[in-house]
Design a protein around this ligand. Sequence first.
Ligand code: ADP
Ligand code: MG
Length: 268
Amino acid sequence: MTAPQESGRVLRADGLVRHFGGLRAVDGVDMAVPPGQVTAVIGPNGAGKSTLFHCLAGAQRPDAGRVRFGDRDITRLADHRRARLGIARTFQVVSVFASLSVADNLRVGAENRAGASATARLFGLPDAARGRTRDVVDDALARVGLTALRDVPCGRLPTGTLRLVELGRALASRPSVLLLDEPASGLDDTETARLRALLRTLAGEGLAVLLVEHDMELVFNVADMVHVMAAGRIVASGPPARVRDDAAARAAYLDPAAGDGHREDGES
Ligand code: ADP
Ligand code: MG
């Protein structure tokens, strides 16, 4: 894989607020997603994790606060323009082109970012660029373990595999920030183990990874920093070992018997 192109930039939420009517889904969140680390957000269903995620990815605008990428204020920047800055995402509900093959879905990711200018798209990519795209796609396929399925139309694949297709598509855009909303849901144990290893590798290469996830075993094994969210706020933050023993984290989420928190068991 090519080196991250904008390595060193931190994606940051400063005082983010997002409400829906009277409900403050995100209620003043400060959080950094630094390069070279896996940053995890956990919390009960309805805590505001996906809303925070959407504000960082650009799918939603916050009502107050800022999103920064390095020195740049990107609070109002559209999601496709964030993608071109190297901020790639996957979706909590899988979103791939069902009629396209696995490889072609990844190619879309590669061309979204790649210097595929409007001119190149209109007149066809020059050979060199096409070769580059192929290399990037092959590399991303190998990384997510889908080389053998490269020519299979996505419409025929189970959800767990499609999550890996999405992740491959995000990687094919050669991001420096990777935002993942529940990437392990629908994965079997082997796929989850592969995901865990891949996230560590990517962080080791300098990527900034944000992981919103309810598979606690995955989170506690892969994250450098864990933020626990409840009712729109971050109630505990720290390395996994510290958060595991944190009273506020336990009450909010980890140990339902200690509070009225509950584990997330569905999509929202
Ligand atoms: P999580 O991802 O932690 O489960 P969400 O960010 O999806 O939480 O939701 C946080 C709160 O905001 C929930 O109470 C949810 O019902 C509400 N919410 C999320 N999106 C919308 C929306 N588009 N319109 C109205 N309420 C929403
Ligand atoms: Mg969610």
